[in-house]
Design a protein around this ligand. Structure first.
Ligand SMILES: [Zn+2]
Length: 200
């Protein structure tokens, strides 16, 4: 397979130089988030949390992972966010057409068994999204994927409710923190409220 070379590294450096040139007085921002908020958001490249939720540097913690799931590590961040940095309101944002709906956790573990390389997307009518993944080669993978909680998503609304409930019920989350669950629509940029619970 041909390796495509890009100028991405150079582009990132150039973009940063531009950012530094217009950085202004942001170096004076306080470490604790000014708006005392934390967001867990999917890593999806189409979502720009700062633009979509009206956040500037210094405003909020944004924890991103595949699916925007309340994984053990995301909750680790939330606990630090509140306990040490004073956030008082939390948001969980999943979204439409999430990559996490395109596979089941056991399927991913199985794919990783024979290859770690990027899989091909192939049509499969019986799959929920009409596609599945197939390894392009079998150059040797790893069984360790079976030990990972991949947290795939079957239903966006259910996954939002599940994650909000997990956060609210966690032994390390302090009482009295509102946790809002949302679905972000990638077709419009709109966020749809699903649930709000307060930590007990
Ligand atoms: Zn996603």
């Amino acid at each position: 397979m041909a390796t495509e070379t890009t100028n991405l590294h150079a582009e990132v450096l150039a973009a940063n130089a531009g950012y530094v040139a217009s950085f202004g007085d942001k170096g004076k921002l306080a470490l604790p988030p000014a708006r005392a908020a934390a967001f867990i958001v999917c890593m999806d490249a189409r979502i720009n949390p700062a633009a979509a939720f009206g956040l500037a540097e210094g405003d909020a913690h944004v924890i991103r992972n595949a699916g925007g799931r309340a994984s053990d590590d995301a909750i680790r961040s939330l606990v630090i966010s509140h306990k040490l940095l004073g956030t008082k309101e939390w948001f969980v944002v999943h979204h439409t057409d999430c990559g996490m709906e395109y596979f089941k956790s056991e399927e991913l573990a199985k794919l990783l068994e024979t290859s770690l390389a990027t899989a091909n997307i192939v049509p499969l009518e019986s799959a929920p999204k009409g596609v599945t993944f197939e390894n392009a080669s079998a150059e040797g993978g790893s069984h360790d994927g079976h030990a990972v909680h991949w947290l795939h998503i079957d239903d966006q609304e259910a996954s939002v409710r599940e994650d909000v409930a997990k956060i609210v019920g966690h032994s390390l989350t302090a009482p009295g923190i509102p946790v809002h669950g949302y679905i972000y629509h990638v077709a419009t940029g709109a966020i749809q409220h699903v649930v709000t619970q307060v930590t007990a």
